[in-house]
Design a protein around this ligand. Sequence first.
Ligand SMILES: [Zn+2]
Length: 105
Amino acid sequence: MTGGLRKGRLGTRYPYYNCNYCKGQNYNANKAHELLLEMLQQLSLHPSQIKALHIEAQQQMTRRLQARAQSTARLRTEIQDLSDKISQLEEKFITGKIADTVYNR
Ligand SMILES: [Zn+2]
């Protein structure tokens, strides 16, 4: 789109846009701006909607962080359990309660 000033019927100049695709088609810029403003107003959110989205986003983030903390804790417990088992096995091996063949399986 290109813009410019055009002389109107009464000799006054008015701003216009010229479409690069529709040959020769031009649009009153003031009307185009009004339409654009109207569109943008329809697209914009009411402050209460923004607040609701903000709250929803925070709740989702909190839920995800909690879920992550829970799975981290679960994995830590699992790691602890496994290292305990390894220690117990080593203990039994050292005290000769398990045959070499079982331990090295
Ligand atoms: Zn066009």
